[in-house]
Design a protein around this ligand. Sequence first.
Ligand code: DGL
Length: 274
Amino acid sequence: MSQPPKTTGAVGVLDSGVGGLSVLREIHRLLPDIPTIYFADQGHLPYGPRPAGEIRRFVDAIADFLIRQGASVIVIACNAASAASLHDLRARHPEVPFVGMEPAVKPAAEATQTGVIGVLTTQATANGDLYRRVLERYASRARVITQVAPELVTLVEQGRGDAPESQPIIQGYLQPMLDANADQIVLACTHFPFLADAIRALAGVTLIDPSVAVARQAARVLPPQILPADHAIAPRNVYFTSGDPAAFRLMLRQLTGVQDAHVTGARWTAGRLE
Ligand code: DGL
């Protein structure tokens, strides 16, 4: 497929796969006229089980790619990638504002009535220093049940989140948190908001999804040179995947309703993206 024309100022958004679309849709709601460039690293999905150093190498190269494509602010719409990379990226690109995800333990700890909160996440986020710091800072008075749920990433990537056969898998991950009497569940992986309806159908808990707050933060740091897209010159929102563009287009439609998106394949070659 042909490369889309370059965007001159855009919000770049990245994730290991389709999860970051839960953040992108909030950015589109809040900033409907600002061009966006989304990168799904589906060639390396999942990030959750990978060591931080490896995730950092991928994310470094994706950030370089997004900057080359015209991004002037970058949203790391992935908790695992934020934990591994945010600090380094800010040091490497002091001119680019980066917005990252952090597990939303603070609002959960403030809202809990039972004193118990659940955090549904992936291994890379659970292992990271960022999560440890967030717990120290905000959860001193709450009991936190951390539940690593790798299969939920797969369910969302495969578009099976709402399938009846997925229910026991979701239930299996929720049960330890429910047994501990958690009344708030933090969605600390950007894939999981796409399971919100399925989770609510199984459990009477409050789900905490930080994507609206992250979109607001992106709006706050938007550099002044980003202008509403000129629709006559460039497609407003473009998408890249290191996986299969046709499969991505299908999931984009299923998860967010976006039709006829401009999706381009990007290839990893010797640690760089082309
Ligand atoms: N969506 C990503 C996150 O927020 C990770 C999913 C994965 O394991 O690749 O952490």
